[in-house]
Every structure is written in C-alpha cells, then in structure tokens.
Write a protein that binds this ligand. Structure first.
Ligand code: ADP
Length: 602
C-alpha cells in the first residue's frame, strides 16, 4: 500500500468516526476514546512513532466538540499513550536505516562483484556500481547495454518488479562497452513502496559458466561424432531400436547394405523403416525375422542395385537403463568368408580327387612295374642257376648285375609306395606307447643290433600317431645310425624332452658324420652321400620318408653332425596334452591320455 493510500485510509477512518459520533447523539468519554483511538492505532502502524503522535493530536482535536473540556487532558494522555506506544513498538521492530548502515549498504553495493544498478521504472540509471562501470561504462539507460533481442523480456521483468516488488532471476544477454556479449543472470528488487519507486538491478556474470558449458557441449559433440564416425566405418551394419521398435540410430554400413537412407529411417517403426529393403531379400520370410529381432542368429542374402551380399544377422537386447527394452541388430557381411569357404571346399574336393587318382596311379604303376621286374629277376636267377656252367665269367657278371639292378629297382618302387602312403586319409591315429615301438624295432633288427650299444631312455612318452609310421620313423633312423657307422664299437643313443607343445626326440650315433653342406640335402628324395656301388638297400628315400612322417604330424626334423664323430637326428612330435586332434578324432581323449600317462609312470 502506498503512502498516499494509507493517508486517505486514515482520513476516511476519521470521517467515519466523526459521523458515527455525530449519529450517536449522546457523548460519553469512553465511546469517544474508543472510536477516535482506531485511526491513531492505524497511523502509528503505518507511519510509526511520528504518525502515532500526529494522529493522537488529531484525535484530541476531534474529541473536543464531543466531551467536556475537563476530560480533554485525560483523553490526550490516552491517545498519546496508544499512538506513542504502538509507534514506539513499531520503531523498535523496524528500526529506520541509520546513516551508518546506509553507508555500509552503499559500500557493499559499490564494491559488489556482480553488476549492480539503481534504476527507475523506466530503465533510467540512477547509479551503477564499480564493476558495472568497468564493464558497461556509464550508460544513462539500461537499454544501452541489454542485448537488443532480450530487451522485450527485460521490459516485461521490469514491469513485473515495479508491480510486485521483485522479478527474476532470469538469464539474458548484455553487451559490454567493448562490444562483447556477456550472458548474465539478473534480478530486480523494488527499493520503495510506490509504483514509481527506484529498483535495484543486480546481474551475475555467466560468461565463465557459459564458456564451461560450451566446452562440455563441444567435448560431448566431439565424442559423439567420434563414436558415430567409428561405428560408421565398421564393416558391420548396426541398427539401434527403442522399446517401441522405433529406429533410434543406424550406421552408414547398414545404409549401404540395404540401399536405404538412414535419415528417413530414424524415428520410424522398424517395419516401416526397412520396408524398401524387403524386395532386396532373397527370402521374403527373412524380413519377418529381421524386423521382429530373431533371437537366433541366421544368414540371409540381400541383393541391391549395387551388390549381392550374404549377411549374418544377430540381435542383442539393450541392457542400459536409457534404452531398456530396445535392441541392437548387427548385420555382418560374410560374403567374402562364404566365397573363401566355397573355394576351399572346391579345392579340397579337387585335391581329394587328385590324391585318389595319384594313389590309383601309384598302385597301378608299382604293380605293373613290379611284374616285369619280378620276371627279369626270376629269369636272371634261373640263368645263373641252370646255365651257370655254360656262361663265361663276363656273362655271369652281367647276369649278377641284372639281378642286383632289378632288386634295387624293386626297393626303389617299394620306397616310392611307402612315401605315397604317408598321410593317406585312411591312416588311423591311435595311442602309441613308444616303449612298445622300440621293442618291435629291436625284434625286427635283432641281427643288425647284435654288436651295437643301443641306449634307450628309462621312460618313453605316449603319443597319438599311427603305430606303423612310428616304427618306420625310428626304424629308419636307427638303421641309418648302424649303416653309416665305421667304428668298431657302434653306439646309438635315443632320448627325448618336452619342448612346449611338442616332444623333442633325438637319435644319436658315433658314426661317420655328415659334412655341413649336406645337412639339409640328405632329406631330399633319392639323395645319397655314399657312393652307389652295389648297395641296393640304400635308395636315398629313408630320410625323405622320415621327414614326411614328422611333418604330417606338424613336427620338424633336422640333423647336427661332425664328420668322423657322429650325427644327431632331432625331430619333434606333438604332445597330445595340447593337441586338438586328440579329442576331435574320436580315438582318444586328453583325459584318457593323462590317466594312462600317469599309470605308465608309476
Ligand atoms: P639311404 O640310407 O637309403 O641312402 P637316407 O635318405 O636314409 O637314404 O639317407 C640319405 C643319405 O644321408 C645317406 O645316403 C647317407 O649318406 C646320409 N646319412 C643318413 N643317415 C646318416 C647317419 N646316421 N650318419 C651319416 N650319414 C647319414
């Protein structure tokens, strides 16, 4: 209520009181006191001590016509007591601003870190603080620094503050004297009661906050683009759906796979978003599975104008809180993988056919070659036996040579056959106790091993292999160790050790040794270092067969040697504990192996 309204209210009250007293017709001090005390109370309430005293005087004057003059002093005391008392109480409750506090307030206003102005209801500036002057200079009106686009809003707030006493806080922009835009949060407070009163305008600088917000926004955008770009460059098509089956997001790869425009897809229900892709699907049923989110992965073919692709579909439910109930669909392009698989299948098939043909060829050739060889050998033998006396020495020598050559030829053919059989599909894998393999070899070579010091390890490992091949492998190496040894005391040592996923074996002799330049060559087919002579047993195929066997099991073979001192042949074979073959070929399992291995050791 403004001051004027209050004064009018008091005058009205006096008028009503006087009319009431006039209407009453009789006058007693108590009624007069009661009626005329009311405006005194109100005045002291509105205007404090001074108001109370002034109104007390007025009530005393108004009482004069209605009471005998001797009662006036008493009434005066009562009016002043009421007005003065209430006024005093009012002053104590709302002490007037002292000069000191006013000065402190002013200092506070001047030094405030915020921009502060005292303005009138029209936006005219009455006073500005230091900080405001520093940034906005000395404007005469607020319109000089409020951003043109925000002036209408400011005007509204100003009107509101003038009417209601305060307005804000609101955020708007200002322009500094350096023509920089400064975002602020402002508040308006009316300083006086009347409508045309002065207002305090306080503005908080939000530049630092806005800058921080901008930085955060930029960082967020950067990371979002980074992630989106990364997902866009994936080979996998990605479709993100919300719980209502609407497309939240799709990557570029998906666009490419189905010839779709992702901007058209986003926000649409998945069936509508993908409907154009339906014609591109080889099997129309696949559309149903893709749009409903098949739980099981499946493979389908899609044919667009640009390409035909084989895609693998996988759907995963989204677990995050924000998109709970939604799903992520992955479309993996497996066209190349499928093509390679098909190529591989075709190649394997062709290879199997070739292998089969080769086996057939070897079998036929060896059979057809062996037949005439046997005839040559038999008839040369007959000649030697039946016509021995009729032949001169030269003739006998020729016949002997024919005989030996045919036997050698037979050995060569046998070696070729053995070589061709290594790794044949029908070769079975089994648990091979190497200690038994050596028993077998010792029995086979009993005569040849008679004067040989053969040293075997105390225990031998069990491996998964073909038993016959193992006899052949160790047998060949032991046979060579005897054959290529000129020492009176022939010594052969066999040993083994663990080497990662393999066992490493060695066969060591104290024989003639091999020159360094031949260390690799001796593993080639029909390579022999010793002069051919009449030794038909030596064909140069033995080590080639050993190499084939070892490599068939994924191992490696090599030799270390010193001429005159002896040679050590090393080779590796897989330790079944690490071998995939072991459990997959059905002949044994790792568990079984471990049990039997432990049993053998105890
Ligand atoms: P072959 O014994 O039938 O000649 P191999 O392939 O078994 O054929 O051996 C190839 C060659 O390697 C042999 O001719 C021999 O010269 C050499 N060789 C093989 N084993 C030994 C060995 N333990 N010591 C010395 N030389 C060897």
């Amino acid at each position: 209520m403004s001051g004027l309204t209050r004064i009018i209210a008091i005058i009205v009250l006096y008028s009503v009181a006087i009319f009431f007293l006039l209407g009453l017709g009789y006058y007693r001090g108590i009624e007069v006191l009661a009626v005329l005390s009311i405006p005194v109370l109100l005045s002291s309430w509105f205007f404090g001590l001074l108001g109370g005293l002034l109104s007390g005087t007025a009530s005393l004057l108004c009482s004069a016509p209605f009471v005998p003059s001797k009662m006036l002093p008493l009434l005066g005391v009562c009016y002043f007591a009421v007005g003065g008392g209430l006024g005093l109480w009012h002053r104590l409750k709302h002490p007037p601003t002292t000069k000191k506090t006013k000065a402190a307030d002013h200092q506070f206003f001047k030094r405030s870190l915020n921009f502060a102005y005292v303005i009138d209801a029209e936006g005219q500036i009455i006073e500005g603080n230091d900080r405001a002057t520093e940034v906005f200079g000395s404007p005469r009106r607020v319109w000089e620094f409020i951003h043109p686009d925000d002036q209408a809003r400011f005007r509204e707030e100003l009107g509101r503050a003038a009417l209601r006493g305060e307005a804000g806080p609101i955020k708007l922009r200002t322009i500094s004297q350096r023509k920089e835009m400064i975002p602020v949060e402002l508040k308006l407070v009316r300083l006086e009661q009347n409508r045309l009163a002065r207002l305090a305008l306080e503005m908080r600088d939000l530049s630092a906050l806005a800058e921080l917000e901008n930085k955060v926004r930029e960082a967020q955008a950067r990371y979002r683009y980074l992630i989106e770009d990364a997902i866009d460059t994936l080979d996998t098509g990605i479709l993100l759906l919300d719980k209502d089956q609407r497309v939240i997001w799709a990557n570029r790869t998906l666009e490419r796979f189905f010839d779709l425009d992702r901007d058209e897809m986003i926000g649409r229900e998945v069936r509508r978003a993908l409907w154009r892709a339906k014609q591109a699907l080889a099997q129309p049923n696949d559309f149903e599975k893709i749009t409903t989110g098949s739980a099981e992965p499946f493979i389908f073919t899609v044919q667009t104008n640009h390409a035909e692709r084989i895609l693998e579909y996988r759907s995963l439910p989204v677990a995050t809180e924000r998109y709970k109930g939604g799903r992520i669909d992955h479309f993996i392009d497996i066209t190349e993988k499928k093509r390679l698989e098909q190529n591989l299948q075709e190649k394997t098939k062709r290879l199997e056919e070739k292998n089969h043909q080769l086996e057939e060829f070897t079998r036929v050739v060896s059979h057809d070659l062996k037949e005439p060889l046997r005839t040559i050998s038999a008839f040369s033998q007959y000649l030697l036996e039946d016509y021995y006396d009729k032949l001169d020495d030269e003739g006998k020598d020729y016949l002997n040579r024919i005989n030996r050559a045919s036997l050698r030829m037979q050995n060569l053919i046998d070696d070729l056959l053995r070589l061709s059989r290594i790794g044949a599909c029908h070769e079975t894998l089994e648990k091979v106790y190497l200690s038994e393999v050596f028993e077998h070899i010792k029995e086979d070579m009993k005569a040849r091993l008679e004067n040989v010091d053969l040293r075997l390890p105390k225990t031998m490992p069990i491996i998964i292999a073909n038993r016959t091949r193992m006899v052949e492998l160790f047998g060949n190496l032991i046979s060579n160790a005897i054959k290529y040894n000129d020492k009176p005391e022939k010594r052969i040592e066999i040993g083994w050790s663990q080497q990662g996923e393999f066992y490493r074996f060695y066969v060591r002799d104290n024989g003639i040794g091999i020159e360094e330049q031949y260390l690799d060559k001796i593993f080639e087919l029909f390579e022999r270092l010793n002069p051919r002579g009449d030794d038909y047993e030596s064909t140069g195929a033995g080590l080639t067969i050993c190499k084939r066997i070892v490599e068939e099991y994924g191992g490696r073979i090599w030799v270390e040697s010193k001429v005159g001192e002896g040679s050590t042949f090393y080779f590796t074979l897989p330790n079944p504990r690490f071998s995939q073959k072991l459990s997959s070929n059905g002949t044994s399992t790792i568990r079984e192996f471990e049990v039997s291995y432990a049993q053998q050791k105890t």
